[in-house]
Design a binder for this molecule. Structure first.
Ligand SMILES: *Cc1c(COP(=O)(O)O)cnc(C)c1O
Length: 383
């Protein structure tokens, strides 16, 4: 019964029932007055979420489309970009930039580690000729469950002068992300992560520095041309027909988000992540993040226990307990499993997931007290 499944993957995430229903309305003219009002409300709400005074655009495509929009609008063929990658999504952003002809230099870290701000600063300081025009980085690397310290890295990049392009797809709302204060020039987010709506939309915020680059950028672009998006947004429209039901859902999800408040949302995600880590450790598991202080508030990556295949554990969790968790991605696909805790989730989902994980591990022959995870997670929140 998929309706009873507890979906604990780092996107798509569960959608609140009220938000699900708000997608089920009679269609309207996407160039009519209802849509213009909705677009204006959503754009204003998104700017608050991005913590920016600048422009935010709603694009009908998955998160990767937003990354592609960031690249094709602000990075020209032959321009040099420094890719700071700590996992699959950091690599993806670099690949998109290379695909469109940028000259990409990689500063890569082993999976499980966060980027070292000092090394980034040193690399930028050595670039006295200011050849590096852009830095590409992921705030929350969903594939490894590690997040980068953008509060430190952002101002360093700004001091150098390169544009900072940030994949914030799984970080926005799950952790603080201050676009303007931290000096991020382009930030991308996706609907199916902490925004609590289904997949299909992405959001791209650009500041004046990025807009200036946009005007000069020589990369060919059509569907994802943000100059067109800007022109149409002034009339409350998008250049092409948008996923109208998803934008209704976004409007209602943003109301829930405003009601909770950004700081409360960050605190909730931090609390759920702390519960998950404590529970995993109490079940005798090892976290994948090399430094727990950089472990993600959106998703927890856990090493596969000796003697257990990730796929088998995930299957048992899904088939017997209706708890759906993720495996790894890329080269660590079979080495870890991941529990997503972003968006429409609370304490009870974490406790249920950890309880079922304990049962599954025991059933698979691990010498473990199946209740230990729940007890440790409860202790985090005062139980
Ligand atoms: C989910 C995710 C993406 C990719 O999004 P799609 O919607 O699958 O294209 C990119 N980056 C990060 C960090 C993500 O979590």
């Amino acid at each position: 019964l998929t309706e009873r499944q507890l979906l604990m993957i780092p996107g798509p995430t569960p959608v609140p029932p009220s938000v699900l229903l708000s997608g089920a309305r009679p269609m309207v003219n996407h160039r009519g007055p209802e849509m213009a009002k909705l677009m204006a409300d959503c754009t204003a709400g998104l700017k608050r979420v991005f913590q920016t005074q600048h422009d935010a655009f709603i694009l009908t495509c998955s998160g990767t489309g937003g990354l592609e929009a960031a690249v094709v609008n602000t990075l020209s063929p032959g321009e040099k970009a420094l890719s700071v990658s700590i996992g699959v999504f950091g690599d993806r952003l670099a690949t998109i930039a290379k695909t469109y002809g940028a000259e990409v230099e990689s500063l890569s870290y082993p999976y499980g580690a966060a980027a070292d701000p000092k090394q980034i600063q040193e690399r930028l300081a050595a670039d006295t000729g200011k050849e590096i025009k852009a830095v590409l980085i992921t705030q929350n690397e969903t594939s490894t469950g590690v997040c980068n310290d953008l509060a430190t890295i952002g101002p360093m990049v700004r001091e150098h002068g390169a544009r900072l392009i940030v994949d914030g797809i799984s970080s926005l709302l799950a952790m603080d992300s201050q676009m303007d204060n931290w000096g991020m020039d382009v930030v991308v987010a996706g609907s199916q992560k902490a925004f609590m709506i289904p997949p299909g939309l992405c959001f791209v915020a650009v500041n004046d520095r990025a807009k200036e680059a946009m005007e000069r950028c020589t990369t060919p672009r059509f569907y994802l041309d943000l100059r067109k998006a800007k022109q149409y947004l002034e009339q409350g429209q998008t250049p092409w027909t948008p996923a109208v039901p998803l934008i209704w859902q976004l409007g209602d999800a943003l109301k829930l988000i405003e009601a909770e408040g950004l700081q409360n949302s960050f605190a909730r995600h931090a609390r759920l992540a702390a519960m998950t880590r404590a529970g995993a450790k109490a079940l005798g598991l090892t976290l994948f993040a090399a430094d727990e202080s950089r472990a993600s508030n959106a998703v927890t990556s856990i090493r596969r226990p000796e003697g257990i295949a990730t796929a088998d554990l995930r299957k048992l969790m899904r088939d017997k307990y209706a708890v759906v968790i993720s495996g790894g991605q890329g080269k660590i696909k079979d080495d870890i499993f991941r529990i997503g805790h972003l968006g429409f989730v609370g304490e009870k989902e974490i406790l249920a997931a950890l309880g079922c994980l304990g049962l599954a591990l025991k059933e698979m022959g691990q010498a473990v007290d199946p209740a230990a995870g729940v007890a440790a997670a409860m202790a985090v929140v005062g139980g």
